[in-house]
Each structure stands twice: as C-alpha cells, then as structure tokens.
Write a protein that binds this ligand. Structure first.
Ligand code: VGL
Ligand code: ZN
Length: 200
C-alpha cells in the first residue's frame, strides 16, 4: 500500500478566532478525520515559528500585515504573528484526530526563512525531511487537505509534483486565505503541475 494523507497546518491560528484565521478553517476538520480511515499513512504538518520570525510584520518596522517585503530568497508576504512555538495558536485544532498521525512535520522554525511547503522552505532548497520519509516508506501517492489552499497546500502540492509524487487535492477539505486572486492562481498552478483537484 502506498497512499498517504497529508494534512497541512490545521492549527488554531488558522481557524476562526486565530491570529491568521482562514474563513471556515475549522469546517474541514470532521471531513479530514473521516478521510484518515482510508489511508495507509497519515502525516500532519505544523507551522512552528519562533516569536521573532522574519515572516512576521512585527519584525519589520513600518510594515503592516499582508504587505510585501524582500527576503534573500525573493518576495515574501508579511503575516501577523502566528503559530508561535509552544502557544495555543500553534496547537492543532482540538477536534483534529492527531492520534491517527504517523508523523508530524514541523516547519518554519528557522527565523530567517519562511516555510510554506511541507517539503522545502521558501528558499526552495532547504529540505524538511518529508521527501526522505515518504520514499523510505514507499509512499508514492499523496492526498492533500488543510490550510491554506493558496499558500501551504499550494506550495506543498507543487513540490510534490516536482519530486515526482502523485498528488490529489481534496478541495472540499481545504480553505483559502485568498489575497489578491491567490486562490485562483494557486488552483491553476496546481492543475498545470499535474495535480488532481477533486471535491469528493
Ligand atoms: C500559512 C501563511 C503563513 C499556511 C502559514 O499554512 O498556509 N500561510 N504561514
Ligand atoms: Zn507561517
């Protein structure tokens, strides 16, 4: 068996009431729990930033959340402080069935580099280790769900395709931030990369 479910960043800060709330971010939790039953492997990712992470607007005097900055690896959206290591906002949503997870992969823990993708940080070269884990377990077909469709899900799916994994996105079990058309752009990019986008 070779199918893995990859659950991206279903954490309090991305749910209503959180620091970087995604509209209806919590609505996908029951469906994700149910979907876990069908997979050989379940992997969760957890956005996990130090309090002074450089993706936070608070670290850039004069900048506000959702403005852009330049990082050594390219343009970067500045975010409100979110998913700070050890805080309630960084915890998984209380209803997510974390007991079913074989692996929890944390990302974004280096101050200088943001990490949207489950595979590589935003410099596109620093690996998280997920590729090696999947290959050594023989997991080749990946299904993605979680938050946010247009950032961490999108970057994870594009890297998965680049690395040669089969990728399915259950769009009904994802929710988006949708900044300036980012959801439409992400949907197009994932489809063009050969991901299978399905709503059931
Ligand atoms: C995410 C922005 C910043 C995500 C994480 O999980 O999509 N977005 N950090
Ligand atoms: Zn983040």
């Amino acid at each position: 068996m070779s199918d893995a479910l990859i659950v991206i960043d279903v954490q309090n800060d991305f749910c209503p009431g959180g620091a970087l709330a995604v509209p209806e971010g919590d609505a996908i939790v029951p469906g994700i729990n149910a979907l876990m039953e069908r997979f050989d492997a379940v992997i969760l990712t957890q956005d996990w930033h130090p309090a002074d992470h450089l993706s936070f607007a608070s670290q850039h005097p004069g900048k506000a959340p959702l403005e852009m900055t330049e990082m050594p690896y390219g343009p970067q959206v500045l975010w409100p402080d979110h998913c700070v290591q050890g805080t309630r906002g960084a915890e998984f949503h209380g209803e997510l069935n974390t007991d079913r997870a074989d692996l929890i992969i944390r990302k974004g823990f280096r101050r200088q580099i943001d990490s949207y993708s489950a595979f590589f940080e935003n410099d596109q070269t620093t690996p998280t280790g997920l590729e090696g884990y999947l290959r050594s377990r023989g997991l080749t077909a990946l299904t993605f769900v979680g938050l946010a469709t247009d950032f961490c899900v999108n970057f994870s799916v594009l890297d998965a395709r680049r690395l040669g994994f089969e990728a399915t996105v259950r769009t009904d079990l994802c929710r988006a931030i949708d900044l300036d058309g980012s959801l439409a752009a992400a949907t197009q990019a994932m489809a063009e990369a050969g991901a299978d986008l399905s709503a059931a």
